[in-house]
Design a protein around this ligand. Structure first.
Ligand code: CU
Length: 447
């Protein structure tokens, strides 16, 4: 946290300058995983000067005012800088293998853009002419589809249909004028099953031409993505169709996901895009919100209605808006309960009501290499801090439920984070205020 925008320009410049080298980098990136080099299979990474940064860039939590728009805050992400070239905003995207830290304790071999997965958010303004220069450093061909954008057919990025595939090491140029505003995405339209399962995707935000239109104080965005990564391994299985085991906001799992920190009275927008293979009912506590923008653009005010959960189907984008009125640490999460669980919570024996005593210990004494992890006798909650209970996790594997709150384990491990609403958050300072201090007499208690 606390990184400023300049760092990001620096990061990106480094990436751009170094990406051409395309050299592979050994296991230097292991600053978080806590495992030795011996455990790391060979991987091809883009050479960067500071790989730690690329693992998990700190979010720009207090974006500076743009000239004519208020920039978005991408959770655990960043915005791609551009260069102005004769009236055209020129962006460089490099599709490449990257290493993403999903949360402290787990790094993943992903495919992404400019060093991160998801790739950087592209931000521009309605009416802008944009030039998107795409270099392919992936081991196979790719393209980029600009999901939701109205553009000339030949710029639509569908490999084989509207353009030739971009072969490894080739560079293609997309150029068009932005004729709409709203929340969009970009992703490959080439070997989609593999490339999206590996994390190749990003957001594309177009701000309205009139900065007074749809103005908010805080504008957050993130993508929903899912992965199938077997416990003890590092690389997603791209052939998985439905049985994913890691459910993420911007390729991060709770408690590794940034919180959204706002002041009482702020008008807040949260933009969500779904590039998983299932729908996600996104639920927020403590406030009602309205869906202000969909894939198709802004919803007229007269057509909005209040709700606390909105379903984001596959391929959809939704922006919700509300005025932060109620102080507190409010949960925002997918309401499918499996989607707030880490990889160890799935496909395990049902042991509710079964007396097990120390059976897990006995089995692992007999079969030390076999990971036996049944459900607890009275449910899963007893397993929430199994790491604390001396149960070893496979390497590079997160517990199924985690996150320590002020009152104990939060028991969430996937698509879950917090909206932190504070009265005395200093103006312009949107750093994490810590846990909410409840006024006396306002916390549920034992009678
Ligand atoms: Cu979900």
């Amino acid at each position: 946290m606390g990184q400023n925008r300049r760092d990001f320009l620096g990061l990106s410049a480094t990436l751009l300058a170094s990406a051409g080298l395309g050299a592979s980098l050994k296991a230097q990136e292991h600053d978080h995983g806590g495992h030795g080099e011996s455990s790391s299979p060979k991987r091809h990474l883009t050479r960067v000067e500071d790989p730690k940064r690329v693992l998990s860039p700190a979010t720009v939590i207090t974006p500076q005012e743009g000239k004519n728009y208020n920039p978005v805050v991408t959770l655990n992400g960043w915005t791609l800088p551009y260069e102005m070239k004769e009236g055209v905003k020129e962006f460089h995207l490099i599709a490449e293998p990257v290493v993403r830290e999903f949360a402290p304790g787990m790094v993943v071999n992903c495919w992404g853009y400019n060093g991160t997965s998801p790739g950087p958010t592209i931000e521009a303004v309605e009416g802008d002419r944009v030039r998107l220069i795409v270099t392919n450093k992936l081991p196979e061909h790719t393209t980029i589809h600009w999901h939701g954008l109205i553009l000339p057919n030949g710029m639509d990025g569908v490999g084989g249909l509207t353009q030739p595939q971009i072969a490894p090491e080739e560079t293609f140029v997309y150029e068009f004028t932005l004729v709409q505003s709203g929340t969009f995405m970009y992703h490959p339209h080439a070997d989609e099953m593999v490339q999206m399962a590996m994390g190749a995707m990003g957001m594309f935000i177009i701000h309205p031409k009139n900065p007074k239109e749809h103005r908010v104080d805080r504008d957050f965005c993130f993508l929903l993505s899912s992965y199938d990564i077997a416990p003890g391994t590092y690389t997603p299985n791209p052939s998985t169709m439905t049985e994913f085991n890691l459910w993420t906001f911007n390729s991060r799992v709770f408690p590794g996901i940034d919180t959204m920190n706002v002041r009482v009275g702020d008008r807040v927008r949260i933009r969500v895009g779904n590039l998983t293979m299932t729908n996600h009912p996104i639920h927020m506590h403590g406030h009602t919100f309205e869906v202000s923008c969909t894939d198709g653009g802004w919803v007229p005010k007269s057509a909005r209605w209040p709700e606390v959960t909105t379903d984001v189907a596959v391929g959809q984008m939704r922006a919700i808006e509300f005025v932060a009125k109620h102080e507190g640490d409010w949960s925002i999460h997918c309401h499918k309960s499996h989607h707030t669980m880490g990889p160890m919570g799935h496909s395990i024996p049902n042991m509710i009501g079964v007396k097990q005593d120390d059976i897990a210990q006995k089995i692992s004494d007999l079969l030390p290499d076999y990971m036996y992890m049944p459900m607890g006798k009275s449910g899963m909650a007893e397993m929430s801090d199994m790491a604390d209970m001396g149960m070893a996790l496979p390497e590079n594997t997160l517990p199924m439920m985690s996150g320590q709150g002020p009152f104990g384990p939060i028991e969430m491990g996937g698509m879950f984070t917090l909206v932190k609403v504070r009265k005395n958050q200093p103006k312009g300072d949107y750093s994490d205020p810590g846990w909410y201090t409840h006024p006396s007499g306002t916390v549920a208690k034992k009678r």
